[in-house]
Ligand binder design. Structure first.
Ligand code: PEP
Ligand code: MG
Length: 798
């Protein structure tokens, strides 16, 4: 039998129909309203490949070197070709189509959802294995192809990569497929039947218009309802601005995203009565499983449907014995639950264009495996470390004093004014932002574990809830973890100091990035050869006023003094090692938050707007004061300072710069200064920049990547496409290093990618002069540089 009706299966059938189908069968068995459907069994897939005789070829095709991206890509393509190109055995085809046709009503074809349903035989962390395929609103003409596509999803590059890496045989993995009638949801969402960490009888419901995909994927901010089961009453209603909804297009049947009309955007999605009905169903599911559940639901024509249910807490904690094992099977196999569904590709080993890269310490990982049930929120692991603490939601600047020592601070996006609170926090979580956002940079420097770009942290996490944040994995879990360390303002200096007393001697200098002067001591303790980038944005923005306003209120000298104080703290710590201080590069939206920021232009694309050197040259007063401050530092004897200019495009920019330097009394001929290479223009114009007199060029790969790939570095929705190792970015960098060697210009990197081993290896091979890394990465970079240099030496004599 190729298919099994959902109503005929239960938790014991995970091995045959996969976790998703099994759990739907359970719900039906418990008398809950579940849309009808069937599962194409795992055995069907197995027979398909074996009878067609493609099995050996398939497994051979995917047995490739996981570190070879081209080979992985080819393997995925070949597997897909083999599976999609092989016809169904006729009886199987008939059986699937018969079952499908039986779901139609009134002579109308049914719209179905087709989803992969992983079997428990796969790796425990099947959420990693790629079995995430979901197709909505499928009809007969596409059905069989979609089923095969689910099968082929066993062989995505990511899935192949993981199995190859862990030596898990491809031949032992099976997959089932669920085909289920679509609910043309008018409203839908998710529900926690009990408080996820304390187990208190409190139901939390998230709801939005249209199909649930919008809520699950984080595309829309849903309404939030809290229901007290003891009192039997709605406790709290938070109505969100629901800008979009996903619906079935009446003509094409495809799922489309539409803007929600103005009146419905702010309207409550659920009435009290509907909440009551949902809660009742939730209680039934919970009592059926004997454990709190995370339920996906939809409402159509006044009827509630349950689409999926998974236990909230880890089975280990809550249940033992057989029931626990069953649920664990379901929960594990059911790897595409809501926690991970919102970004199957986010922060995983596969990057935007499908190539697989080393999932470095800073890449977020999707929650994985058998204990992902208690992951409340996930995002990009931006600053490493595991900590536990109470959630403190911070929406506005004036709430910052709420953040107490040891709290986990949760906010939409951090601002410079939040740094004192960030220092107190044990961990930091943001809704927005990517790996190079303010939150990510500062928390790394503070040594505070952080997860950024969660999309929904401020909505899902509740104030006061005890959570454990994992800054390596990019997860926030309910409750405390044994491995969590108590929050500390800074790691002690010893923690940053290299364990080996003698740092590796390298020909290529290894420097460190600093953005907050307080981090200077930790930074210097790494044994770095200097500071490759000292950002002053933080020093300026933390004054709370725009530079113009500050100067207007307190005078130019006072402004210079502020800068001098910050820069000096770093320059002292490193003297005589060089410190590259950069003139300001803050976008208008950051200035706008400050006192005096009212007049900042409202830009649609601040990243492409009035920032960096273009602003400094146009609006020169603050720029003049920055240079005047540096000139005073030179006069004080800080001859280890080097000035660097951001977001330069061409020689005209450099001419503007040298004119200002002279005016400030800094002779460009006798002082070392240089520019950031952050735009393709600057890379392509390197000869002109060299002729205009720069001493060094430093790759700002955060910006260079965003401008080369047209991927906003701060936008978590495209974070998986932000790839500093993209061949186009590497080509710009490689060519520029080569050109600079000819031109006698030093090269360096000070973007986040300077902390990645692959980039380090690439740059050392190309002959870069120095590399500047994050504090926590300096030691590894020193070793990587040494390894690469030694290999190059060996190669040259062999
Ligand atoms: C960069 O763009 O890589 C860089 C180091 O500058 P910032 O992150 O400050 O824009
Ligand atoms: Mg930059």
């Amino acid at each position: 039998m190729a298919v099994r009706l959902l109503e005929d299966v239960d938790a014991d059938d995970v091995g045959t129909v996969g976790g998703k189908a099994a759990s739907l069968g359970e719900l039906i068995g418990a008398g809950l309203p579940v849309p009808p459907g069937f599962a194409v069994t795992a055995g069907t897939y197995r027979t398909f490949i074996e009878e067609a005789g493609i099995d050996d070829e398939l497994f051979e095709a995917v047995d490739v070197d996981p570190e070879d991206s081209a080979a992985l890509r080819e393997a995925e393509e070949r597997a897909e070709e083999l599976i999609l190109g092989t016809p169904f055995p006729e009886p199987v085809r008939e059986e699937i189509l018969d079952r499908y046709r039986a779901m139609g009503e009134d002579g109308e074809e049914a719209f179905v959802a087709v989803r992969s349903s992983a079997t428990a035989e796969d790796l425990p962390d099947s959420s990693f294995a790629g079995q995430q395929e979901t197709f909505l609103n499928v009809r007969e003409e596409d059905l069989l192809r979609r089923v095969k596509e689910c099968w082929a999803s066993l062989f995505t590059q990511r899935a192949i990569y993981y199995r190859q890496q862990r030596g898990f045989p491809h031949s032992e993995v099976d997959i089932a497929v669920v085909v289920q009638r679509m609910v043309d949801a008018e409203k839908s969402g998710v529900m926690f039947t009990s408080h996820p960490s304390t187990g208190e009888p409190q139901v939390t419901i998230e709801a939005a218009w249209g199909l649930g995909e919008a809520v699950v994927s984080g595309t829309v901010s849903p309404d939030n309802y809290v229901y007290d089961r003891e009192r039997g009453a709605v406790d709290k209603v938070t109505v969100a601005d629901k800008k979009v909804e996903m619906v079935k297009d009446a003509e094409t049947g495809e799922t489309v995203q539409l803007d929600v009309e103005e009146e419905r955007r702010h309207e409550r999605v659920l009435s009290d009565a509907e909440i009551g009905d949902l809660v009742e169903l939730g209680e039934r599911v919970e009592s059926h499983y004997g454990a709190p559940q995370d339920v996906e639901w939809a409402i159509y024509d006044g009827e509630i449907y349950m689409l999926q249910s998974r236990p909230i807490t880890t089975i280990r904690e809550d249940a033992g014995g057989e029931a626990g094992a069953d649920e664990a099977g379901a929960a594990t196999a059911d790897g595409d639950g809501r926690v991970t569904d919102d970004g199957p590709d986010r922060g995983t080993a596969s990057n935007g264009d499908g190539r697989v890269t080393d999932d470095g310490p800073d890449r977020g990982t999707a929650s994985n495996g058998d204990d992902d049930a208690d992951v409340l929120v996930d995002g990009l692991g931006a600053s490493p470390g595991v900590v536990s603490g109470a959630v403190r939601i911070v929406h506005k600047l004036d709430h910052l004093d709420q953040v107490q020592e040891g709290d986990v601070m949760v906010t939409e996006m951090t601002m410079p004014d939040m740094v004192p609170a960030m220092k107190r926090a044990a961990g930091i979580v943001t809704d927005e932002g990517g790996m190079t956002s303010h939150a990510a940079i500062i928390s790394r420097e503070l040594g505070v574990p952080a997860v950024v770009g969660t999309g929904n942290g401020t909505r899902v996490l509740e104030d006061g809830r005890q959570v454990t944040l994992d800054g390596d994995k990019g997860t926030i879990r309910a409750g405390e973890s044994e491995s969590a360390e108590p929050g500390e303002e800074f790691e002690p200096v010893e923690a940053a100091r290299p364990e080996t007393p003698v740092k590796p001697m390298t020909a290529t200098e290894v420097k460190v990035n600093v953005s907050i002067p307080e981090a200077a001591e930790r930074a210097a303790a790494t044994g770095a050869d200097g500071v490759g980038l000292l950002r002053i944005e933080h020093m300026v923005l933390s004054l709370g006023k725009t530079p113009e306003r500050y100067i207007a209120d307190r005078g130019a000298r006072a402004y210079q003094d502020e800068l001098i104080e910050g820069v000096r703290r770093v320059a002292d710590e490193f003297y005589p090692r060089p410190v590259r201080v950069r003139t300001i590069d803050a976008p208008t939206d950051e200035f706008r938050e400050l006192e005096g920021g009212e007049g900042e232009p409202a830009e649609h694309n601040p990243m492409l707007g009035w920032r960096g050197i273009r602003r400094s040259l146009d609006k020169s007063e603050p720029f003049r004061q920055e240079l005047a401050a540096f000139a005073r530092l030179y006069d004080m004897g800080y001859d280890n300072l080097e000035v660097m200019f951001p977001l330069v495009n061409d020689a005209a920019d450099v001419e503007g710069i040298t004119a200002h330097m002279r005016e400030a009394g800094i002779d460009p001929e006798t002082h070392r200064w240089g520019v950031m290479v952050e735009t393709p223009a600057s890379a392509l114009q390197i000869e002109e920049l060299a002729n205009a007199g720069i001493d060094f060029a430093s790759f700002g790969t955060n910006d260079l990547t965003q401008y080369t790939l047209a991927v906003d570095r701060n936008n978590e929705h495209v974070a998986d496409r932000f790839d500093e190792l993209h061949p186009a970015v590497l080509r710009l960098i490689g060519d520029t290093v080569e050109a600079c060697r000819e031109l006698g210009v030093d090269t360096s990197i000070c973007g986040q990618a300077g902390s990645k081993p692959e980039m380090v290896e690439f740059l050392v091979e190309k002959g870069v002069s120095s590399i500047s890394a994050n504090i926590d990465a300096v030691r590894d970079v020193q070793h990587e540089v040494k390894r690469t240099e030694q290999r190059l030496l060996l190669d040259s004599v062999r």
